[in-house]
Design a protein around this ligand. Sequence first.
Ligand code: SF4
Length: 313
Amino acid sequence: MSAATAPLETLAPAVDAGPETRHSNTFLRLKKKLERSVGEAIGDYDMIGDGDTVMVCISGGKDSYTLLSCLLALRERAPVDFRIVAMNLDQKQPGFPDHILPAYFESIGVEYRIVTEDTYSIVKDKIPEGKTTCSLCSRLRRGIIYRTAKEIGATRIALGHHRDDILETLFLNMFFGGKIKAMPPKLVSDDGNHVVIRPLAYCTEAEIARFARAMDFPIIPCNLCGSQENAQRKQIKAMLQGWARDFPGRIESLATSLKNVVPSHLADQRLFDFTGLTQQTEVEEGDTAFDPPELPRLVPQAVRIVSRLQDAD
Ligand code: SF4
């Protein structure tokens, strides 16, 4: 496997070299870190409040198992009382092991709902062979998720997207959609009836993968539908993996930048009134057009490159 195609987890610097079992210190530290990150995201975006019913969407992948595990742990010590219902949609993909998730939910004693809808046949029927099936498949899935949330009285729908999914989406939208748009930690569902939350928004894929391995979750493969991963997303993933390897701190800085948007220094007239701008307008961060860019300490390579350029002037 080339470095460009290696999973993110293999590219991340090893935090601890010790054996990672559910009782090792490294695992306990990782668990604490993930739960702290989830707690922080929930707090920062006011994701869950007293009396909420949180429907946690479980696909059977590492991310959704980790999400459920963290939410259950946090509920134990949360100052607010909320209900958790694990939900899985069995889309009738060939070979889907439909006994795994009910058995897992029973084993951890969580309330759950399994919904069975043969969206696989609909997608196969409607989309010509060789064409991407994901957009219709996700649209159908979204409709079923919203309907189920309504049936169980869920006030929150929790999804297992993590920090790296969010960054990949940001670049996908910038490169191929001409938009600066990622995946928000909290949003209103398309039908306007639900609040969708992403409590793993601050967690890295590498940490989640390590946690899932040590927890030995009964992972269900994600390629049962036979669809290939979106080629553009793959490309972005490889780019981010390269940066993670070559420029320590860059990915962290990117994630932080999503929380530090300066509309007056972009060009979107809907976000900043450039037309009405006068000498009296107060502009955040002022005019830095002729100043050297402010460099984050996290990216030493970039600092060196800019210093060299400045020396050359
Ligand atoms: S990868 Fe398969 S299951 Fe996932 S959205 Fe695409 S078609 Fe649906």
